[in-house]
Design a protein around this ligand. Structure first.
Ligand code: LCS
Length: 401
């Protein structure tokens, strides 16, 4: 079905769906590694790009293509490239758009492994990187180098929930001869559309909101320009970080309810963020829906809504963080976010423990920082869960005997 001129919710349900000979309403799982050709000419034409049709699942597959077409349409791009994980998408965009002796400029509080990829792994191949607070446009302006070819931002950023002005950074990047890639995982295409604001590439860890059910790891990239799209696809195919058909089927199923899930979780998140802000145990809350958020006004302009992830700082530091983690009952003590189930995590003792205290503090990740991904449970139950978790006086011992 051609959904190009349809509304966002219609696209969520129908975009990308492929007409199936059996009449199947959903695109089936083409669980195959390879596709047979009728004769050598057909094979030759497909390899030469002169004929439509699939060749080999690493290169393309109908179930994966259905998801790619869907997200490309939701993001207003020319084409999507699905990857094995969100990190597969980050790796693909960096390898596709950077070369030796070039520089990538990124967000200081970018997702840790994305920073490690740029600093450590690309550094081995002669790509330099620097990291600034991209919510500060003067800092971005000053950080350009003669060889900056890619600006890679994450907005909202994980876990500090900083918001970067996509349109302003896109202008700066283009003025300096660089491309802009935006990790929009925390927003999803429902809340933010970077390509319509001037970005060249948008990427997601679909593990989060797009799939939404905590049962798949995956990623996706969407480009605005056909040449960049082809570079991304070629890099994904060569590095072999393709999505699997079964993964793609689940993500394409999950995406149909993206707007419903986010609306519901966001409604609860607004109530929870306001509630947390009143708590005596809490120093500050970072949630762009609150007027106290430093980029509240920008977020209101750039995003359809503030989303469903809240970060807050506990006055009691590391011990208070551990105590909350060990006493929470309903929200799962787990990394990741964006699913129907609420998840809570304490970066200092969990995801960012390996960075060391100094490294964490320089990225703004304080000892008492807690990240809460609000799910679609009853909001009263979630608030009650947090209330009893915060009220618990003693950390529960976790050491195994
Ligand atoms: N980008 C962002 C903003 C992320 O939060 C993550 C994962 C990735 C990329 C990588 O995606 P993945 O390969 O895991 O699909 N964030 C995680 C987190 O906050 N906790 O666990 C994973």
């Amino acid at each position: 079905m051609n959904t190009k001129d349809k509304g966002f919710h219609t696209k969520l349900v129908h975009a990308g769906a492929r007409k199936d000979p059996s009449g199947s309403v959903v695109t089936p799982i083409y669980q195959t590694s390879t596709f047979a050709f009728d004769n050598t000419q057909v094979g030759a034409d497909r390899f030469a790009g002169k004929a439509d049709g699939f060749i080999y699942t690493r290169i393309g597959n109908p179930t994966i293509r259905a998801l790619e077409d869907c997200v490309a349409e939701l993001e207003d791009g020319v084409g999507g490239v699905a990857t094995s994980s969100g990190m597969g998408a980050v790796t693909t965009v960096c390898l596709a758009l950077l070369a030796r002796d070039e520089h990538v400029l990124s967000t200081a509080s970018v997702y840790g492994p994305s920073r490690t990829l740029m600093e450590k792994h690309l550094g081995k191949f002669g790509v330099s990187s620097s990291f600034v607070d991209t919510s500060d446009l003067d800092a971005v302006r000053e950080a350009f180098r003669e060889n900056t070819r890619l600006v890679y931002i994450e907005t909202p950023s994980n876990p500090m929930m900083q918001i970067t002005d996509i349109a302003a950074v896109a202008r700066l990047a283009h003025e300096h001869g660089a491309l802009l890639a935006v990790d929009s995982t925390f927003a999803s295409p429902y809340l933010q559309k970077p390509l319509t604001l001037g970005a060249d590439v948008v990427l997601h860890s679909v593990t989060k909101f797009i799939n939404g059910h905590a049962d798949v790891v995956g990623g996706i990239l969407v480009a605005l320009d056909p040449v960049i799209y082809r570079r991304l696809r070629e890099t994904m195919v060569i590095t072999g970080c393709n999505m699997d058909p079964h993964q793609a089927f689940l993500v394409h199923r999950g995406i149909k309810t993206l707007a419903l899930r986010i609306e519901r979780a966001q409604e609860s998140a607004i109530k929870i963020a306001n509630w947390i802000e009143t708590r005596p145990e809490v120093t500050w809350v970072r949630y762009s829906g609150l007027p106290s958020h430093p980029q509240h006004e920008l977020a209101s302009r750039q995003m359809r809504g503030p989303g469903a992830v809240i970060s807050f700082e506990l006055k009691g530091g590391l011990e208070a963080g551990k105590s909350l983690m060990n006493n929470i009952r309903l929200a799962a003590l787990a990394v990741s976010l964006g699913g129907v189930e609420s998840l809570i995590e304490h970066p200092a003792s969990m995801t960012h423990a390996g960075m060391g205290r100094e490294g964490r503090l320089s990225a703004g990740i304080t000892d008492g920082l807690v990240r809460y991904s609000v799910g679609i449970e009853d909001v009263d139950d979630l608030i009650e869960d947090l209330r009893q978790g915060l009220a618990a006086e003693q950390p529960v011992p976790t050491d195994p005997i």
